[in-house]
Design a protein around this ligand. Structure first.
Ligand code: ASP
Ligand code: MG
Length: 451
């Protein structure tokens, strides 16, 4: 097959007619871009998640559905075949209303996925019409035909082998045609054909999974910022764009809260060594960031990331002295409750772990009281909230003398609740109080990345 580039457009890149038009221009400026993945229009998934919560009165449901109508009608009003598009939209809105009423009688994760999938189904259909309006041939492809996942609704895991087979059978033959194929990010289906989703922000992940399956040469993630910055420019005005990042650095950044790529995005790209580009669809001329298997520069400090809403759980047991199996027991319980743990620090009689309390998925991750009770059976449990993680990302940190001194000097003015360092060569993390986190971020950025 000839050279294939995949382009993914996030919610802000398809948020209205203007944004969709810029995205169309980005696609057609590279003739190798024959597969396009889109998110729902900005704000739509949030509204759908609310509708799926089951907590809304009928009046409120109608109000939310009106908001959805307004977002999509703005696009349709700029299109040629309005009537067909309005019919399409109204069919989806009717289904959403019915499903939201069903949710008010009893919500479920499966129903939530069936509700939220409308966002991507609508945006992909409408951007195809925008392509056509500008004279380009495009067709929509329902990604659920190929994106097979397990049944972990709200945060489903792709079944990569089935995906590969299905892509070869159903999607790749279309990519040779003289038209652009547009498909949905985020959504998939399980073996029973029920709709699933890959977790919030999962469209990036879809793009890289399809990139792997269809043997793409590059994957471009188009968003509203010209690439990855040394930190979030909204928080630190001195943040600078980064031209090139290695997979490991980018993965650390995603894990530690840089909202630029969904944390799983790089996994399929790494498996096939596909470079990933991040740029702004509104201002493509501003350039962006290439994330590559390896890069030419390897600075000790590359970026700082902030991950808010962290909870610290400290587990103490005097019986731990000289004993074995305590850690195994604790982690066994975390595993049983599917509680993902980020940082870990241990002492002779205690373990401290951090978990993310800001829900990434459609409301699935809460700290389970049952889990805490099970831990309380054999150790003392203390839970601390309102913490944030400030992570310094770089290279060869633990092998370069002086690195830690510089980092510690930079955080000198702040009370640090926990430090994590040593497991990876690419990061050094500080846990600080939420209300001081942005200041700490600014200070570290200034000391390590501004010169
Ligand atoms: N529309 C989904 C979300 O808002 C997926 C995505 O945008 O990547 O989470
Ligand atoms: Mg996104």
């Amino acid at each position: 097959m000839q050279h294939l580039d995949i382009a993914k457009f996030g919610g802000t890149s398809v948020k209205d007619f203007q944004a969709m038009s810029s995205s169309v221009k980005v696609v057609v400026s590279n003739p190798n871009t024959r597969l396009v993945v889109v998110s729902a229009c900005a704000g739509v998934t949030n509204i759908l998640v609310e509708l799926a919560s089951g907590a809304l009165s009928y009046d409120k449901i109608l109000e939310k559905v009106d908001a959805l109508r307004a977002i999509h009608m703005e696009i349709i009003n700029n299109l040629d075949d309005k009537e067909r598009c309005v019919n399409f939209l109204e069919e989806h809105l009717k289904e959403i209303t019915d499903q939201a009423r069903e949710a008010s009688m009893g919500r479920s994760d499966a129903l939530t996925d069936r509700i939220v999938c409308h966002g991507e189904l609508m945006s992909s259909y409408l951007i195809v019409e925008v392509f056509k309006k500008f004279g380009y041939k495009a067709q929509v492809f329902d990604v659920r035909q190929v994106m097979r996942t397990d049944s972990n609704y709200g945060c489903a895991n792709p079944l990569v082998e089935v995906l590969g087979l299905k892509c070869r059978e159903l999607l790749m033959p279309l990519l040779n045609a003289e038209q652009i194929v547009v498909t949905q990010g985020f959504i998939g289906s399980n073996n029973e054909g029920c709709t699933t989703t890959l977790g919030r922000g999962g469209s990036d992940y879809t793009a890289s999974l399809l990139g792997e399956a269809c043997e793409a040469e590059t994957i471009s993630i188009w968003t509203d910022v010209p690439g990855v910055y040394t930190t979030d420019p909204r928080l630190v005005p001195h943040a600078m764009p980064i031209a090139e990042l290695s997979y490991s650095e980018a993965a650390e950044m995603a894990t530690f809260g840089a909202k630029i790529l969904h944390p799983s995005t790089l996994v399929p790209a790494v498996r096939r060594g596909i470079p990933v580009y991040v740029g702004s669809s509104k201002e493509p001329e501003k350039g962006g960031t290439w994330v590559r298997p390896a890069c030419t520069t390897r600075p000790a400090f590359r970026a700082v990331a902030l991950r808010q809403h962290q909870t610290l759980i400290v587990l103490a047991s005097p019986k731990m002295v000289g004993a074995s199996g305590f850690l195994a027991r604790v982690f066994g319980i975390f595993a049983k409750y599917r509680q993902s743990v980020d940082l870990v620090s241990t002492s002779e009689v205690s373990i401290a772990v951090t978990i993310d309390s800001g829900s990434q998925t459609s409301g699935l991750s809460h700290l389970s009281e049952d889990m805490l009770n099970e831990l309380r059976e054999f150790c003392h449990v203390k839970v601390e909230n309102n913490l944030s993680l400030v992570a310094i990302i770089g290279n060869e940190m633990s092998r370069t003398p002086g690195t830690t001194t510089k980092a510690f000097d930079a955080i000198d003015d702040f009370a640090v609740r926990m430090i994590c360092y040593g497991a990876s060569n690419h990061n050094l993390c500080f846990l600080v109080n939420e209300d001081k986190a942005v200041d700490a971020l600014k200070q570290i950025h200034k000391a390590l990345l501004e010169n």
